[in-house]
Write a protein that binds this ligand. Structure first.
Ligand SMILES: [Fe+2]
Length: 162
């Protein structure tokens, strides 16, 4: 493929993400309905056939697509090119977990400082999430994910519905 063709393909609008038909739990990943988000992330990561076919990279922004939803847990596959950063977002009432499948992802979380000279100030904390590491979060969580590496990054983000 010549560089001209490649440039043209990258400039084409990407298809809107579509969710595949989602299997019922009994026929799906074999998840317990009350499974912890981190266990759901591990189970889905091991079932590559469920998510690998949905991997896309969008030069304009991190790509996200729901790859599983059983009504209790929604699992979103995220794909970041080097340097891309997802928008900061809240998970009010939705505990979850992030499992990095490949690449170098850094999570930024924001916490409200309750003491010291500036109580109420938001403090940002940045931490790398290693490949195969699961980072769980509670029902009150504000974060953003960034690809700080030189290769594309992938992660599964489980969002529970309470
Ligand atoms: Fe999130």
């Amino acid at each position: 493929m010549t560089s001209t063709v490649r440039t043209t393909l990258l400039a084409m609008p990407l298809p809107r993400p579509t969710s595949p038909p989602l299997p019922p739990v009994a026929d799906g990943p074999g998840l317990e309905h009350e499974a912890h988000p981190s266990a759901v992330a591990r189970a889905l990561a091991a079932q590559r056939g469920l998510w690998a076919k949905h991997v896309r990279f969008d030069p304009a922004a991190p790509y996200e697509v729901t790859v599983y939803d059983d009504g209790r847990h929604e699992v979103v596959l995220g794909a970041w090119l080097p340097g891309q950063v997802s928008s900061a977002h809240e998970h009010l009432g939705r505990p979850g977990a992030v499992l990095v499948l490949q690449g170098a992802l850094q999570e930024t979380t924001w916490h409200v400082v309750t003491d010291g000279p500036e109580p109420g100030r938001r403090h940002a904390l940045r931490r790398a999430i290693e490949v195969d590491e699961v980072r769980s979060h509670g029902s009150v969580h504000v974060h953003a994910l960034a690809n700080t590496g030189v290769d594309p990054a992938l992660a599964l983000h489980v969002r529970s519905r309470g």
